[in-house]
Design a protein around this ligand. Structure first.
Ligand SMILES: Cc1cc2nc3c(=O)[nH]c(=O)nc-3n(C[C@H](O)[C@H](O)[C@H](O)COP(=O)(O)OP(=O)(O)OC[C@H]3O[C@@H](n4cnc5c(N)ncnc54)[C@H](O)[C@@H]3O)c2cc1C
Length: 411
């Protein structure tokens, strides 16, 4: 094992966590972490929140401090994307031509923003949003306020960016394909709740509507024309229409693909000695017996750990209840559970949407399969325990804030 060569492709949270876990598990052999971005691995959630709002600096987003890699003898190759994986020869080739032999390889290449074919998308002032550089660029554009911002896309990232843009005093209009933002993810009632929070802060919505074209003058964006025939003046246009898993390397290497890279619960791909974790991995979850591809922070963190343990031959499985969070204006939301099990289910609400402090539970056959808390601290542990317990719960008790959640768990 000490002579094994561990190679990790992708310098995001999943990749860096895997490198860290290899060391904390006691692996002393060579570890190489290859990152396409010329940045020490960082986490992305602050990019659209604290960092964008100037409440935190870039160093606070690092997965581990800069010096950790050298101190722990992890070779960090930044700004050097891998261009090819040869599964038979167990060799990775980097864009600069360097070849790396691996005993075990982790693909943690994440996801990249989905692009849409839109006239004017290449004008100055139009951008997608994924990286630290995007966050720094957008901060500079927004922070003086007074700009006209059009957001194309009303998903989690679009809503967070809209909140930040508005907080700086910009005029913000959000276009979305759904009649109610986020309704595909959390249903109409809760989607409407988020929409109301934004409207109360002065964000305008055009729903359902999409962009037909972006107009410009002298190479700069000036307006967005919508499919409803409206022309919205714009200095800044953000295209936030979701992400696609970055399977470029996996596809060229002949790995099986299905909504990302399908992996078992130990995050092993169809190719011997190649694993995948984070946004790119579509992992079999022991709880549902189905594959899930999650585009959330906790999945990259937990997946990075499990992948490293599997690389070391340990019996590890990614079996935690999925979790994510978002902050928009004064709303702090956390969600645990399986979104794929909630479709068509009207959530049970504990607390008050009007007062902006509540928990929404999704039940299937009286079992909790997901729970979303808004402005409630320290309830996610109990929500995860309720989901994991797989026991029927009394709906009236679940609704009643006077009944402690822990008391609904089996003794
Ligand atoms: C703005 C923003 C806000 C977010 N907010 C939240 C939030 O509030 N809560 C939440 O739960 N989740 C949030 N997320 C999602 C979360 O950040 C992702 O799920 C997480 O970043 C996934 O980590 P990853 O390591 O799998 O992939 P990534 O973070 O995408 O990292 C993959 C890395 O691999 C690199 N790469 C790609 N190809 C190659 C190659 N060929 N060679 C070398 N390197 C390569 C990429 O450049 C990238 O740096 C947010 C995401 C964004 C963009």
């Amino acid at each position: 094992m000490a002579n094994d060569q561990m190679v990790i492709l992708g310098g995001g949270l999943a990749g860096a966590t895997a490198a860290k876990t290899l060391r904390t598990e006691g692996f002393e052999g060579p570890v190489t972490l290859v990152g396409a971005e010329n940045r020490t691995p960082y986490i992305r959630p602050p990019l659209s929140k604290e960092l964008l709002l100037g409440k935190a600096d870039a160093d606070s987003a690092l997965v581990v401090p800069d010096n950790w890699y050298a101190d722990n003898d992890v070779e960090l190759l930044l700004g050097s994307p891998a261009s090819r994986v040869d599964p038979d020869a167990h060799v990775v080739t980097l864009a600069g031509g360097r070849r790396l032999h691996y005993s075990k390889l982790l693909l943690a290449t994440g996801a990249r923003p989905r692009t849409i074919a839109l006239e004017g998308a290449d004008l100055e002032g139009v951008m997608t949003f994924r990286t630290l550089d995007d966050s720094l660029k957008l901060t500079a554009l927004l922070k003086g306020g007074g700009r006209k911002v059009v957001m194309i896309g009303s998903g989690w990232i679009g809503m967070e960016l809209a909140a930040a843009a508005r907080t700086y005093g910009n005029e913000v209009t959000l276009l979305g394909l759904e009649e109610i933002p986020l309704s595909a993810a959390i249903g109409y009632e809760l989607g409407r709740y988020f929409q109301r929070v934004h409207e109360e802060q002065g964000v305008s919505f055009r729903l359902p509507a999409s962009a037909a074209a972006i107009d410009g003058q002298d190479g700069r964006a000036t307006a967005v024309r919508t499919t409803a025939g409206e022309t919205l003046p714009a200095d800044v246009v953000i295209i936030a229409v979701g992400v696609v898993p970055d399977t470029t390397l996996a596809e060229a290497a002949g790995l099986a693909l299905r909504n990302g890279i399908p992996v078992d619960a130990g995050l092993r791909t169809s190719a011997p000695d190649i694993l995948a974790a984070g946004d790119v991995a579509n992992a079999l979850h022991p709880f549902t017996g189905e594959h899930h591809r999650s585009e959330h922070w906790a999945n990259a963190l937990n997946g990075g750990k499990v992948a490293a343990q599997s690389m070391l031959g340990l019996d590890a499985r990614l079996d935690v209840v999925p979790y994510f969070y978002t902050d928009q204006f004064s709303v702090s939301m956390e969600y645990s559970g399986f979104p794929s099990l909630t479709s068509g289910i009207v959530p049970v609400i504990r607390g008050s949407l009007d007062e902006g402090s509540f928990i929404a539970f999704w039940l299937r056959e009286n079992n909790v399969v997901a729970g979303m808390s808004v402005n409630k601290r320290r309830v996610q542990k109990a929500i995860k325990a309720l989901i994991s317990a797989r026991v029927p719960v009394n709906e009236a008790k679940l609704r009643d804030p006077g009944v402690p959640l822990d008391s609904l768990l089996p003794a």
